[in-house]
Design a protein around this ligand. Structure first.
Ligand SMILES: NC(=O)c1ccc[n+]([C@@H]2O[C@H](COP(=O)([O-])OP(=O)(O)OC[C@H]3O[C@@H](n4cnc5c(N)ncnc54)[C@H](O)[C@@H]3O)[C@@H](O)[C@H]2O)c1
Length: 286
């Protein structure tokens, strides 16, 4: 999509982190920006910030895991702005636990936001964007959608699904010679609030055992957060890549080459029928 100026962009999970940075970058490109999110006070601050910078922006409450909420959000967007031509299905929550310890509530929460969020978003916005025959859909997956590592099972499962949905959508739209582009965003580590995703977990899906971290787990978390603060990418760098990929209609958006060895060894174990790379390459070195 070459001309963004004056068109509408919708970003789910737009109140914070990568989503907010994408919103800012697309606003700088002249787009009217809709930030859809579940975290109202942060959403209001984000929209106020964009407006102070002189951009056209609106915030809409939306729980992406709930189809009715996504449809209601679409109605509100249409009342204020035109149909979105850029749709970034980006809302997501992070969750780490061995599969043996993940509860059904953990699964429901992570699958609800990370996978149903994409399904509900596509179901709601794809028909109009296909009809317009112009636009771009960005699906936020992750490096965790390309490699499986211990303790990230539910999260990784949703991100593998996100990659597959993006690949399938790309091929289907190419098959019908559509003017709608697709990108699959696969960030490595980015400095955002994802490490504090529990803040948005609904009451009915809480996992109380997570409140009782051992001393060792707390130390591990501290070391991890320190590593993130000095090694992770800034969300603005990711947003720059997303903006360029929309203009160039480029499918894959990898944010760094750090994890390519892990992806290659997984693929070579598939192609050669070898045992999985084990121990799996650590995602970070702390
Ligand atoms: N930060 C990273 O290192 C990293 C790496 C790979 C992929 N990602 C992916 O990037 C995307 C954005 O995450 P981020 O890192 O910016 O984290 P973030 O926590 O800063 O932003 C996520 C946003 O999603 C919103 N959200 C959560 N539940 C929601 C729901 N039910 N409905 C609507 N919005 C909801 C949050 O309120 C928040 O504003 C996610 O899909 C995440 O999985 C992040």
């Amino acid at each position: 999509m070459k001309e963004l100026n004056g068109e509408t962009a919708l970003i789910t999970g737009g109140a914070s982190g990568i989503g907010l940075s994408i919103g800012k970058r697309l606003a700088e490109a002249g787009m009217k920006v809709v930030l859809a999110d579940i975290e109202i006070p942060v959403l209001e601050e984000a929209v106020a910030e964009l407006k102070e910078l002189g951009f056209e922006a609106m915030g809409v409450y939306c729980d992406v895991s709930d189809m009715a909420s996504v449809e209601e959000m679409k109605n509100q967007v249409e009342e204020t702005f035109s149909n979105p031509k850029v749709v970034c299905l980006n809302a997501g929550v992070g969750f780490g636990s061995p599969l043996s310890e993940a509860t059904i509530s953990d699964w429901e929460w992570v699958v609800g936001v990370n996978l149903w969020g994409i399904i509900n978003g596509l179901h709601t916005f794809l028909p109009a964007i296909r009809e317009m025959n112009e636009g771009h859909i960005v699906i936020t997956a992750s490096i965790a959608g390309h490699v499986s590592v211990p303790n990230l099972g539910p999260y990784s499962a949703t991100k593998f699904a996100a990659v597959s949905i993006a690949e399938t959508l790309r091929q289907e739209l190419l098959t019908e010679n559509s003017g709608v582009g697709v990108s699959c965003l696969c960030p490595g580590f980015v400095s955002t609030n994802i490490w504090n995703s529990e803040r948005n977990r609904p009451e009915n899906l809480l996992n109380k055992s997570l409140d009782e971290l051992t001393e060792e787990e707390l130390l591990q978390r501290e070391a991890f957060m320190e590593w993130i603060s000095s090694n992770a990418k800034e969300p603005s760098e990711v947003a720059e890549l997303v903006h360029q990929a929309i203009l160039d209609d480029r499918f894959w958006i990898f944010t760094d080459g750090q994890h390519l060895e892990g992806i290659k060894s997984r693929h070579s174990s598939i192609v050669n029928g070898d045992e999985l790379p084990w121990p799996s390459p650590p995602l970070i070195d702390i």
